[in-house]
Design a protein around this ligand. Structure first.
Ligand code: NAD
Ligand code: TDX
Length: 334
């Protein structure tokens, strides 16, 4: 099988490419990535010479390019996105462009090339915010709160509309917060870990009591694999780790692993429109496809923290703003 993976140089996409190449010796992967600020080919250094893997630098909004790439693949696994909520609050424009128009360009390419199989990677944030009880499931109405989640919700609607209208063979996964290796250090866990390793404080928004459900990235990759191969066409699957934690709890765990005290916590102004709680009921994917998370939060968090400790050069290059120079030296001018 030949997969077109979009956004494969990002956090989840690079983990997915490693996962697929390790699991399926006869699969080929083409990675289409624009290498925006968070796309990083260093994440894929160990597969760059693998004859089953090919990197194409390009934009998912480039209609001709995506048409050619989609034509030559069996399935599209669509990760590429602007993914950071705080950036979407500062400037929603790029989120609409990539997440909505880019998805549309890929859908049209899939439709124009014999209705190619299309898997769309989405988020639980499209459902909005929960109160202290209850869970999101596949029937929860969409109620996105941030420009990021609004753009992801719009892309989900287009994907579903292409199934309804054109019978494009799609599936969608709506997943909770991922953590693990290669996550860009602007998100909660890698930001806090690397700040502490640099001797800095950790900026906790508001009262620190917002709740997220956390899933180790390899469990997410496995869920996508299962849906790609066994999922029912036209269906959505909610994916979660059943590991609800407040941000304060996560912070305490990271402080403990790294041997720091609570004095490192700096309560800062809250995120605008900060969703209070996300939680996923993943019964459908468990019952219908037999998927469930294999990793436990405490041990996988320790493993993740250990990775950041041993990969200081990786995140230092990003955090010191050296990444662009590094990239150009390694791979030529952008
Ligand atoms: P990321 O920000 O780490 O990576 C995104 C990748 O997309 C980068 O490599 C970037 O260069 C690329 N990209 C951006 N714009 C592009 C464009 N126009 N053309 C081609 N490539 C482009 O994101 P991530 O955390 O790996 O998330 C991947 C997907 O999973 C996203 O669709 C996101 O909405 C979804 N998701 C993420 C999480 C999470 O916790 N991180 C949870 C659920 C769903
Ligand atoms: O500095 C911080 N301080 C803080 O308190 C940051 C960066 C975050 N937070 C809080 C905000 C959230 O309640 O931590 C929580 C997690 O924040 P992020 O890591 O920014 O993730 P979130 O906004 O929950 O979104 C993530 O999960 C769902 C991904 O970025 C999305 O792409 C995905 O769809």
């Amino acid at each position: 099988m030949k997969l077109l993976v979009t956004g494969g140089a990002g956090f989840i996409g690079s983990n997915f490419i490693h996962y697929i190449l390790e699991k399926y010796s006869d699969y080929r992967v083409v990675n289409l990535d624009l290498l925006t600020y968070c796309g990083n080919l260093e994440n894929l250094k160990d597969v760059e010479n693998d004859p089953r893997y090919k990197f194409v630098k390009g934009d998912i909004c480039d209609v001709d390019l995506v048409n050619n790439l989609v034509k030559n693949c069996d399935a599209v696994i669509h990760f590429a996105a602007e993914s950071h909520v705080d950036r979407s609050i500062l400037d929603p424009g790029p989120f609409v462009r990539t997440n909505v128009l880019g998805t549309l360009a890929l859908l049209n390419a899939a439709r124009n090339n014999n209705n190619k199989r299309f898997h769309h990677v989405s988020t639980d944030e499209v459902f909005g915010s929960l109160g202290p009880t209850g869970y999101f499931n596949e029937n929860t109405p969409y109620d996105p709160g941030s420009p990021y989640s609004a753009s992801k919700a719009a892309s989900d609607h287009f994907v579903r509309a292409y199934f309804h209208t054109y019978k494009l063979p799609i599936t969608i996964t709506n997943c909770s917060n991922n953590y693990g290796e290669y996550e860009f250090p602007e998100k909660l866990i890698p930001l806090f870990v690397t700040n502490l390793l640099e001797g800095k404080n950790v900026p906790l928004y508001g009262d620190g009591l917002n709740v997220r459900d956390w899933l180790y990235v390899i469990d997410h990759c496995e869920a996508i694999d299962v849906v790609l191969h066994k999922g029912k066409i036209g269906e959505t699957y909610c994916v979660g780790g059943n590991e609800e934690k407040t941000n304060l709890e996560i912070t305490y765990k990271i402080l403990e692993i790294l041997g720091f005290g609570k004095d490192k916590i700096e309560f800062v102004a809250d995120r605008k429109g900060h969703d209070r709680r996300y939680a996923i009921d993943a019964t459908k994917i468990k019952k219908e496809l037999g998927w469930g998370p294999k990793y436990k939060f405490d041990s996988a968090l320790k493993q993740t923290v250990a990775w950041y400790k041993t990969h200081e050069a990786w995140w230092q290059r990003i955090k010191s703003g050296e990444y662009l120079k590094y990239y150009e030296a390694q791979y030529g001018k952008k």
